[in-house]
Write a protein that binds this ligand. Structure first.
Ligand code: UDP
Length: 236
């Protein structure tokens, strides 16, 4: 497969066309941003780790019945994925209160929620990714009702599979963000990444943060935390 022109550059990844119209190449960067781009920095080695962690978890999910965009890892930072039209929603799944939910509802971080919570945010940097509900999504026609139902079903299944899987590595899944896309064949698939950039991972025993909160909150040990996740999941 040939790497052709760059189609898009995001905050953490670049996307390139290939000679197959149904396939694009994702290239993971070390750039890190937080607070809607207000805080910028570099996490050395992050691109390599997020590429490998995402692909490892996507393959685990695919084996367990979640359709994903993953095709093939081709280098330490590059992966071939199905070309999709991204549904313009961030799908957030929460097990334990943290981050913006803690702030919004005045819940101390670490409070166990009575049940899993799904939130949707409209992907728009200028608007700061506002939270929306099913009515907004239907009114704005961002995705069909049928696919939104499927998104919610997949999101809960991903939560069950990921939580159980990470538990074996003594990692607690606090919350995470998913994105979905629609392929050229019209299939809804899990897209984007699943990594310490997009999930809150806490050590199950010590509750130490092993994710991007170390960068967001200047906690130090950012690179080590990413490396620790890679090591616990893949033994490296
Ligand atoms: N998240 C993300 N991208 C975003 C916003 C959130 O990947 O643009 C992830 C974040 O890492 C966390 C979860 O979604 O695992 C919930 O984030 P929250 O709403 O608490 O926002 P934050 O506190 O990160 O601003």
């Amino acid at each position: 497969m040939e790497k052709l022109e760059q189609l898009y550059e995001g905050k953490a990844k670049k996307v390139f066309a290939t000679d197959d119209p149904n396939v694009v190449l994702v290239d993971y960067k070390d750039d890190a941003t937080a607070f809607n781009g207000l805080k910028k920095g570099t996490i050395v080695g992050k691109g390599v780790i997020n590429n490998r962690v995402t692909n490892f978890l996507m393959q685990m999910l695919e084996k367990n019945g979640i359709p994903t965009h993953y095709i093939e890892e081709i280098s330490d930072r590059e992966t071939l994925v199905k070309k999709v039209t991204i549904v313009p929603l961030e799908v957030i799944v929460r097990n334990i209160a943290a981050g913006s939910l803690s702030k919004r509802l005045g819940l101390p971080e670490g409070t166990k929620l009575g049940q899993t919570v799904i939130e949707y945010c409209y992907k728009d940097d200028e608007l700061g990714d506002p939270m929306v509900n099913e009515y907004h999504i239907a009114a704005m026609n961002w995705v069909s009702k049928q696919n939104l139902d499927l998104i919610a079903k997949y999101a809960l299944k991903v939560n069950e599979l990921l939580s159980a899987f990470l538990k074996q590595s003594n990692i607690e899944l606090i919350d995470f963000k998913l994105e979905f896309g629609i392929t050229n064949d019209g299939e809804l698939v899990l897209a984007d990444e699943i990594s310490p950039d997009t999930c809150r991972f806490w050590d199950s025993t010590t509750h130490e943060k092993l994710d991007k909160d170390r960068f967001r909150r200047d906690l130090g040990g950012v690179e080590d935390a990413y490396q620790e996740i890679l090591k616990r999941l893949m033994g490296e």
